[in-house]
Design a protein around this ligand. Structure first.
Ligand code: PEP
Ligand code: MN
Length: 282
């Protein structure tokens, strides 16, 4: 089946993402957890859902130290077709079980328009991965749902391109978009990506949408994640998306950048103190 989209081709005078269109911050409420307000929202969990036991164990570990949401990929956008691709629908089931066990809302990735109804039936927030930031049919489909979308910045995209991608979702009718800086490609090869710390205050001026940071993909090495997570909160991010695994060395994806529960506990304590200095809380 070929889906056609009818879109308004006349742009609004002010883009819907802009502060000129809406001056006040957009605050997105997920079961009482507000993103974009005073609270700094910490979403944590494994890169991929690997089993029922794995996701429930990690959900309990991150909840214990006050994370507010659980992340985990069921559909994975891997660079290599031979890498673990995720558990698919079964992974969504396991995430839902982890939500029931802990009460944590779930954030999970959607990769194509055809997956949107399925993922929306399980997720509290639907994540668009960096590699799909300009998957325009996907953005249009997400404009048609009534659940928040976490839109990650492409590794080679400008802030303007990120905001225009958000505009696709907003202009199709979904006003709940959260932007995520997750590191960009630079000439530096000592780290996986380079966190564009500038993106945080600059986006905050350009848009009313909440801005969060993924320090895990931004730096790619667990021992440095906490330092840049602190910097993100100090720069004004509304939250973090952090990879945590109970057995990082055995993770099926991104083990190198995954925090152990004890490293994550330290991150939470330090981030809470920085948030407090800015009259925010976790
Ligand atoms: C992820 O969140 O696990 C992920 C694949 O991130 P990104 O799309 O930013 O690479
Ligand atoms: Mn990952």
């Amino acid at each position: 089946m070929i889906t056609t989209y009818t879109r308004k081709v006349v742009p609004p005078i002010n883009m819907l993402f802009s502060r000129k269109y809406r001056h006040e911050n957009t605050v997105i409420d997920i079961g009482g957890i507000q993103i974009g307000g005073e609270r700094v929202v910490i979403m944590a969990g494994p890169c991929s859902v690997e089993s029922r036991q794995q996701i429930i164990e990690i959900a309990q570990a991150v909840k214990k130290v006050k994370a507010s949401m659980l992340r985990g990929g069921a559909f994975k956008a891997r660079s290599s077709p031979y890498s673990f691709q995720g558990l698919g629908e079964q992974g969504l089931h396991f995430l839902a079980e982890a939500r029931t066990a802990t009460g944590l809302p779930i954030v999970t990735e959607v990769m194509s328009p055809s997956q949107v109804p399925l993922v929306a039936a399980y997720a509290d927030i639907l994540q668009v991965g960096a590699r799909n930031m300009q998957n325009f049919p996907l953005l249009c489909s997400l404009g048609g749902i009534r659940k928040p979308v976490l839109l990650k910045r492409g590794m080679g995209n400008t802030l303007e391109e990120l905001l225009l991608a958000a505009e696709y979702i907003l202009s199709a009718g979904n006003h709940q978009v959260i932007l995520c800086e997750r590191g960009i490609r630079t000439y530096e090869s000592a780290t996986r990506n380079t966190l564009d710390i500038n993106a945080i205050p600059v986006l905050k001026e350009m848009t009313h949408l909440p801005v969060i940071v993924d320090p895990s993909h931004a730096i790619g090495k667990a021992q440095f994640v906490t330092a840049i997570a602190r910097s993100a909160i100090a720069a004004g991010a509304d939250g973090l998306l952090v990879e945590v695994h109970t057995h990082p060395a055995k993770a099926l994806s991104d083990g190198e950048q995954s925090l152990s529960p004890s490293m994550f506990a330290t991150l939470m304590l330090e981030v809470e103190r920085i948030a407090g200095a800015l009259q925010r809380h976790i």
